[in-house]
Design a protein around this ligand. Structure first.
Ligand code: NAG
Ligand code: NAG
Ligand code: NAG
Ligand code: NAG
Ligand code: NAG
Ligand code: NAG
Ligand code: NAG
Ligand code: NAG
Length: 321
């Protein structure tokens, strides 16, 4: 695993978000996972769900003059003529307050620890300590931006047991909710590379891993993944909730995020979604980069966006200024 970006600014905003129901899907219902049913019109269901502790989604049908079936899960979906399903989503009018901003002013001072060892993820690489990284120019501030690179000069000995020097950093602070915005101008490309932005919790995989940005070699799309303990299993047709496509494992969508999911690839494949093309690699760089964002509301949502320039929302652009 080589984690590196040629330039980064990170913005992290944290505030508890409100919800609304931007999504509603005709002729779909959600099986099981009932909290209760509330009499009402289809337009009242969102509010009923918001007011009900644990409610994440609902469907409406004409039972008893109209009933909102409140659910503690967004799936499994099934076709049900005449009903409509909806999910709670973070309110698009949320205002976030900036908690911390990692950029050229503080990136190299008391913000990150440098992993310095062989790669815990078995990549063929030698992560360097901060002093080595700075002395050899693998990390630096350049034109007011953070540069993270890789040793692209050394010719390794044949049969070397060490890969080339590279940089992997982890934030010293830990977060358990928020809106995380990663502003990247350029990412490394080429064979053997694996640039990534990950997050993970303690006691892996019990508290999970969220991979917001990663790809290998010549992939031209960002691959978003979860790696979890048993019990985080999605449905093929949950794809209505996102743009992008399930990544296949053994020719089937790998929807089970459990690291030892039966019927999926061994070795911790997790579950992955392929974002649209040009969210990674040369297409991303040629556009001048972009922004990756994760909104994480524990027990409720996890949403990830890939914005490639010039399609970066103006409210993100203004945070940067
Ligand atoms: C959702 O509700 C079902 C009962 O309908 C219950 O068995 C399940 O544990 C609940 N799940 C969560 C995450 O609360
Ligand atoms: C969702 O997929 C399952 C099989 O994975 C299928 O049985 C079900 O009918 C699908 N639901 C919808 C709404 O397509
Ligand atoms: C769905 O319901 C509508 C109105 O009740 C009906 O006209 C239509 O034939 C139904 N479609 C299916 C596939 O059952
Ligand atoms: C967002 O705010 C605007 C203006 O205050 C309002 O018209 C709109 O309904 C709000 N949208 C949501 C999803 O709350
Ligand atoms: C690996 O990186 C460390 C610095 O963290 C450095 O001291 C060591 O020489 C490097 N190993 C190789 C084989 O280059
Ligand atoms: C090699 O790394 C240096 C900085 O260490 C960078 O300026 C240069 O563009 C890189 N060359 C290639 C071909 O990536
Ligand atoms: C590298 O390893 C191969 C196979 O183990 C061996 O044949 C070769 O002599 C080694 N080369 C060097 C330079 O040690
Ligand atoms: C998918 O992309 C379209 C066009 O950019 C957007 O309108 C829509 O909201 C997106 N859907 C999801 C689930 O993100």
């Amino acid at each position: 695993m080589i984690c590196l970006f040629l330039s980064i600014s990170l913005f992290i905003n944290v505030v508890r978000s409100q919800t609304n129901c931007i999504a509603s899907y005709s002729n779909l219902a959600i099986k099981g996972n009932d909290i209760n049913g509330v009499q009402g019109s289809s337009s009242s269901c969102c509010q009923s769900c918001q007011q009900k502790r644990g409610c994440l989604a609902y469907y409406w049908d004409d039972f008893n003059g109209g009933t909102c079936w409140l659910k503690n899960d967004t799936q499994p979906l099934y076709v049900n003529n005449g009903s409509s399903a909806g999910i709670l989503s973070p309110n698009t009018n949320n205002t976030y307050s900036l908690l911390v901003n990692y950029d050229a002013t503080n990136f190299l001072t008391n913000s990150f620890s440098f992993i310095h060892s062989k790669d815990p993820s078995q990549g063929f690489v030698n992560y360097t300590d901060q002093t080595t990284a700075e002395q050899t120019g693998l990390i630096k501030i350049q034109n007011g931006k953070v540069f993270i690179g890789v040793d692209n000069k050394t010719i390794l000995e044949p049969n070397s047991t060490y890969g080339r020097n590279a940089v992997r950093v982890e934030s010293l602070k830990q977060y358990n909710a928020g809106l995380f915005i990663f502003n990247i101008d350029h990412m490394p490309t080429g064979k053997g590379l694996w640039p990534a932005f990950w997050s993970y919790g303690p006691s892996w995989p019990n508290s999970g891993e969220i991979d917001i940005l990663e790809g290998v070699w010549t992939m031209n799309y960002n691959q978003i993944s979860l790696h979890t303990r048993e019990g985080c299993d999605m449905q093929v047709n949950d794809s209505i909730y996102f743009n992008g496509t399930w990544v296949l494992q053994y020719n089937k969508p790998g929807t089970n995020c459990y690291i030892h999911a039966p019927g999926e690839y061994p070795g911790d494949a997790g579950c992955s979604i392929a974002a649209p093309v040009n969210t990674f690699n040369n297409g991303f760089n040629q556009a001048g980069g972009g922004v990756f964002a994760m909104e994480w509301e524990p027990e409720k949502f996890l949403r990830i966006w890939n914005f490639v320039k010039p399609n970066v929302p103006s409210d993100i652009a203004s945070v940067r200024a």
